[in-house]
Design a protein around this ligand. Structure first.
Ligand SMILES: [Zn+2]
Ligand SMILES: [Zn+2]
Length: 369
């Protein structure tokens, strides 16, 4: 039995409450992780604000890193003391979609994840004898988490936890979109709409892939400046600027070879279609409320454009998380610069308040800090 502190969301629109959570016995395949760092992601905020529906009460957090404390029966390849990053897409490896190499659609995952359960259909978390739900099979805004073994990915111990946790969502999503989903070919032109955490990672992913020219697009001047430090050759998007014309001017009048939409707005989706060249690739990373319609100018979708939606950068966590960690350790990937605040668990609501105001890039919670 383990008792620990966690940030619990009791209901939509409420503040998170620091409560004592209990985990009883580990089940076969479980990995108990002492969480050392957990990033605040917009997807958490969508649950708080109700645009993503999940059962309550729930412990949010899906971008976590920590140390394996204990393993359940049958867990292979992990032992106490290993450093791990949580994957929010654990997958069974043998369902219809896993067999077709589409683990993001894994059937046990897509069934149990929205129900707030682990992949066996149960929760391990209780608070004063009430069941508490898991978020995306992670729940890392807490001092401990129970992960299925396919969601606990060992990484080199040299990478600090606050940097490592970012690999689990924002970095994988952005870098993976450029390097795995698109994938960007050397020398090509790339435009990234939105220079928040995911967009910045799409920019540095495009650089890792050898892009020739990268254009960062954001309304915010401070984000454009950060975009330049992550590898954008030029940054545009000031209110009043004709972004479509500027991208076309920079790309021989055609539009970009690859466009990544990471702003998560209807305007961003529409702009993405307009600035992708004929025959080019448009990757949607951002999200709007699932019940919202999005309209396009039909002509913008014509011209043999390849349009793809990516939720997790084509993640194969056991392949990609150690690779991303090594890229950081070798100086090829920026992680330090993504972290704009570190907060103890008790201040987590301040972190989400800053996110609502559009401040900063990533706030990392240090649950033992
Ligand atoms: Zn996320
Ligand atoms: Zn599966």
């Amino acid at each position: 039995m383990t008792e620990f502190q966690a940030a619990v969301l009791p209901a939509v629109g409420r503040a998170l409450e620091i409560r004592t959570i209990r985990i009883d016995a580990l089940q076969p395949g479980d990995v108990l992780v002492r969480i050392m760092a957990s990033g605040l992601c917009h997807t958490d905020l969508e649950v708080i604000e109700g645009s993503l529906a999940y059962p309550m009460p729930i412990v949010l957090g899906h971008e976590g890193a920590g140390v394996v404390e204990a393993i359940g029966a049958g867990v292979e390849g992990l032992k106490a003391g290993d450093h791990v990053v949580a994957s929010w897409n654990p997958h069974c490896g043998h369902c219809f979609y896993c067999e077709r190499d589409q683990p993001i659609l894994c059937e046990p995952f897509t069934y149990h994840q929205p129900r707030g359960h682990l992949l066996d259909g149960a929760s391990r978390l209780t608070c004063e004898n009430t069941t508490v739900h898991h978020f995306s099979v992670v729940s890392s805004h807490a001092q401990y988490a129970v992960l299925p073994q396919s969601g606990a990915i060992r990484v080199p111990a040299e990478i600090p936890f606050d940097r490592a946790c970012l690999i689990g969502c924002g970095v994988m999503t952005g870098v993976g979109a450029a390097t795995r989903v698109a994938p960007v070919l050397p020398g090509s032109t790339v435009a990234v709409i939105g220079c928040g955490a995911v967009g910045l990672n799409a920019i540095q992913g495009a650089r890792l892939a050898g892009a020739g020219t990268v254009i960062g697009i954001d309304k915010s001047q401070s984000r454009r400046e950060i975009g330049a430090t992550f590898g954008a050759d030029s940054t545009i998007g000031e209110t009043g600027e004709d972004v479509v014309s500027l991208v076309k001017e920079a790309t021989g009048g055609r539009g970009a070879d690859y466009v990544f939409e990471a702003a998560g707005s209807e305007a961003g989706f529409r702009l993405g279609a307009e600035i992708t060249r004929p025959g080019g690739n448009l990757v949607f990373l951002g999200k709007v409320n699932v019940s919202q319609d999005v309209a396009f100018r039909w002509g913008a979708l014509m011209g043999e454009k390849k349009i793809v939606r990516s939720s997790y950068g084509g993640a194969r966590p056991r392949r990609d998380f150690p690779w991303l960690a090594r890229c950081y350790l070798e100086g090829k990937l920026k992680l330090d610069e993504l972290i704009t605040a570190r907060l103890p668990l008790a201040k987590i609501n301040d972190g989400f308040a800053a996110m609502r105001r559009g401040e900063g890039i990533r706030t990392v919670i240090l649950p033992w800090g």
